[in-house]
Design a protein around this ligand. Sequence first.
Ligand code: GSH
Length: 203
Amino acid sequence: MKLFGLPGACSLVDHIALQWTGQPFTYEAVSRTALKEAPYLKISPLGAVPAIDDNGFYLTQNVAILEYLDEKYPQALLLGGTSLAARSETRRWLGFLNSDLHKTFSLVFGAPRFVEGESAQASLVANAETRLKELFAIADSRLANRNWLSDSRSVADAYLYVVMRWAVAKKIDLSSLKNLQAHFARMSEDTGVQKALKAEGLS
Ligand SMILES: N[C@@H](CCC(=O)N[C@@H](CS)C(=O)NCC(=O)O)C(=O)O
């Protein structure tokens, strides 16, 4: 199994998940230039990470890859348990993280793709950051009386950790969201997280 990623990008979620499986894999950092060139575009027409190559089977789209890893390595309990309710809760949070939170970050990271002119871009980024704070507050409420988004640690927690790292990088102030801060600290201590960060040159 090979994972294609960009250090610190959303592919870090899959990298953490692979660490949690304990199964052998390799990590290939793709340069931003190579992402948009023909060989990689054959793997991912979007020119985006993550992608996996499992013995010639290629798959893109983060949520699909995480589901694939869960089905391939069921003993790793990547969806946070075995019960239908726990696994469905994880999927719900994956949907929220991928379609709501991550998507809103795309506006912050790539404002020039969406509007022209510096002031329009600055205003788009400011509005997106306001929305991000509202979205992070929803995750914070969920974590009020629990350590993990679902019954036990899951790939949704890895995704939340990665977008929290982006918030730190973009200096979005989430200091009042104490449950999220505790979750971030908990994830930072995780051995699989630490190994993935090290392999991506982030620690
Ligand atoms: N819908 C895709 C989005 C993937 C995505 O946004 N990847 C970003 C990194 S987090 C990327 O590769 N960006 C490079 C680019 O678009 O040029 C997924 O969930 O896998």
